[in-house]
Design a protein around this ligand. Structure first.
Ligand SMILES: [Zn+2]
Length: 244
């Protein structure tokens, strides 16, 4: 693969993953991955029955643990960059997200279940709120859409969606756990991603170590839809990102 190996969507045992952060990092080093992000679930909605990052104590423990591995990787010259992420369920209440997500603590925020224009408006609102709270735009974490399902938008006005992604610099994730989302019946959607130069990334939604490295298939899809330049945009952002 001519590109760095990235998996920006991994769950640990802080939510519904089976693996500890320690084990994820160890395995990622063995697999020669270049960028990984731990992105545990954050919700006060339907997923509340699984353990999630839903209180200050757990969140700060989680962040501190990832930070310690970030320091370890830097101090030991490992060729692996670890990002501090979180996966926000957009069915959570607005107040819950505003209260608990301290933006400056994260390198990456993924959003799951963007499935309607109402939710686009909801998300805009949240990001605008965050933007007001930071001093400079570069303090914003990288933002991405987790396992976005094109079927909800492909028959509507795609330009509205693309303009939103462009304006807020939100990337689209190719997720190895959801191959049906990359079906040729959504070609018009992927053409729009190319046209609007929307960044794309790879995430495996890894809940166990065995699929930490399932990046080949998403990468093939990126090539199939001529989106290598879009991946480069994301990689550039990753390289320039000062980890928080
Ligand atoms: Zn996930």
């Amino acid at each position: 693969m001519p590109f760095p190996k990235i998996n920006l969507h991994i769950h640990s045992n802080y939510s519904d993953g089976k693996q500890s952060i320690n084990h994820i990092v160890e395995k990622a080093i063995k697999l020669d991955l270049n960028y990984i992000a731990i992105t545990d679930h954050f919700t006060n909605s339907w997923k509340a029955w699984v353990s999630t990052l839903n209180n200050y104590e757990t969140i700060s423990k989680y962040l501190e643990e990832i930070s310690s591995y970030q320091r370890y990787l830097i101090n030991n010259d490992k060729h692996l960059t670890l990002l501090k992420g979180i996966e926000v369920d957009l069915a959570s209440s607005e107040q819950f997200i505003k209260d608990f997500i301290q933006l400056d603590k994260y390198d990456l925020v993924l959003f799951e279940y963007l499935q309607s224009y109402d939710t686009v408006a909801f998300l805009k609102n949240i990001i605008n709120y965050w933007k007001k709270k930071i001093t400079k735009l570069s303090d914003l974490p990288i933002l991405g859409l987790a396992h976005f399902d094109p079927s909800y938008f492909v028959h509507g006005n795609l330009d509205t969606l693309m303009n939103f992604l462009k304006e807020y610099n939100i990337y689209f994730e190719f997720n190895s756990s959801y191959p049906s989302y990359y079906s040729p019946r959504y070609t018009s959607f992927f053409e729009k991603l190319e046209e609007y130069k929307i960044p794309v990334a790879i995430g495996c939604d890894s809940h166990r170590r065995s699929n930490l490295n399932d990046i080949e298939e998403p990468f093939e899809m990126i090539k199939y839809y001529n989106l290598e330049k879009n991946l480069e945009i994301l990689l550039k952002t990753l390289k320039s990102k000062k980890l928080s």
